[in-house]
Design a protein around this ligand. Sequence first.
Ligand SMILES: CCCCCCCCCCCCCC(=O)SCCNC(=O)CCNC(=O)[C@H](O)C(C)(C)COP(=O)(O)OP(=O)(O)OC[C@H]1O[C@@H](n2cnc3c(N)ncnc32)[C@H](O)[C@@H]1OP(=O)(O)O
Length: 154
Amino acid sequence: MPPESHLPAGKTLDEQASHCFGCSPINPIGLQLTFTLTTEAENITATATVQLTRNHEGPPGYLHGGIIATLMDEAMSKLNRPLNLIAMTRNLEVDYLRPCPIETPLTLTAHHLHREGRKLFHSATLTHPDGTVLATAKGLFLAIDPALLNRRQP
Ligand SMILES: CCCCCCCCCCCCCC(=O)SCCNC(=O)CCNC(=O)[C@H](O)C(C)(C)COP(=O)(O)OP(=O)(O)OC[C@H]1O[C@@H](n2cnc3c(N)ncnc32)[C@H](O)[C@@H]1OP(=O)(O)O
């Protein structure tokens, strides 16, 4: 864990994460993603509709690759809470299959694949409304001791 923190003491995890670039509704420069979670035992899934703008452009008319990686990371991170774990991304692999258009309602979906002790293996896809899979990702998240969060407080 990083040794320093700007987080105030005595806050809940949700309060601590209230400026998350991916999902905070109050971060004015964030992506403000809203996910729907399916949390059946054998099917833990997070889904969001993502319609971004020129602010997130890389190639003209298309999303920046780093933003696509952020979308994948964020979607997969949403699977950790239903597993009752605090976890951080350890490894992220993205396959950029097709350019991802801006100003288009894309479907972002993440699935929990399996768990090996602290290691959580997830996958994600970004799909065009016509059904074309534009990008896929695999993520390894490492569960951390929640007490570490408190130790990060000043
Ligand atoms: C702020 C606090 C979090 C808040 C969360 C709530 C808000 C959510 C916000 C969400 C925002 C979105 C999410 C974000 O953006 S989270 C932000 C981005 N992520 C980070 O900043 C994480 C930085 N890294 C770390 O802090 C540490 O590395 C962590 C804590 C993750 C693990 O450090 P630790 O020292 O504990 O573990 P380790 O590094 O020895 O490795 C552990 C194991 O992993 C194995 N391994 C490695 N690579 C691979 C691989 N490719 N395939 C298979 N296995 C692989 C490796 O061999 C080892 O296995 P073993 O030898 O033990 O068997």
